[in-house]
Design a binder for this molecule. Structure first.
Ligand SMILES: N=c1c2ncn([C@@H]3O[C@H](COP(=O)(O)OP(=O)(O)OP(=O)(O)O)[C@@H](O)[C@H]3O)c2ncn1[C@@H]1O[C@H](COP(=O)(O)O)[C@@H](O)[C@H]1O
Length: 108
């Protein structure tokens, strides 16, 4: 791996900040509730929490199936769905991303 900004790796390397940025967007959708936002709809709907819990169950199953099938693209895609819905669930329960990170840090 090189720090050369002109290398293809430097152009495509994901920013680890992406998780914090995504959580900030989720918190923003919770506060502002823009029309047409799927995330906002999860907070708006009176059964929103059930919808999120259902999604987490579905996505977790899809992650397991993708892993069993050795389908790495699908495993990556479904893991992203799962993490996104997990972050929505944390926000829905007024937990911060830092609570999750602190818990992980405490296990090191
Ligand atoms: N990361 C996500 C994200 N991941 C998944 N989803 C939505 O979650 C839903 C998942 O439902 P499904 O599993 O049924 O959809 P699917 O993945 O096509 O189907 P499967 O193959 O998984 O069964 C879809 O509507 C996706 O669009 C997401 N919706 C939003 N985000 C992020 O949230 C931001 C705000 O988006 P809005 O929700 O539009 O405000 C976006 O910019 C993204 O960064």
């Amino acid at each position: 791996m090189t720090d050369d900004a002109s290398s293809p790796a430097a152009e495509t390397e994901p920013d680890p900040q992406v998780l914090a940025d995504l959580f900030a967007v989720i918190e923003d959708r919770k506060a502002i509730r823009p029309e047409g936002s799927y995330t906002a709809s999860l907070f708006d709907h009176e059964k929103g929490e059930n919808a999120v819990l259902e999604k987490i169950g579905e996505e977790a199953t899809e992650v397991v199936l993708a892993a069993k099938d050795d389908d790495l693209d699908e495993l990556t895609y479904e893991s992203a769905d799962l993490v996104y819905h997990l972050l929505v669930l944390l926000s829905m329960n007024d937990l911060d991303l830092s609570a999750l990170l602190a818990e992980l840090e405490s296990r090191r």
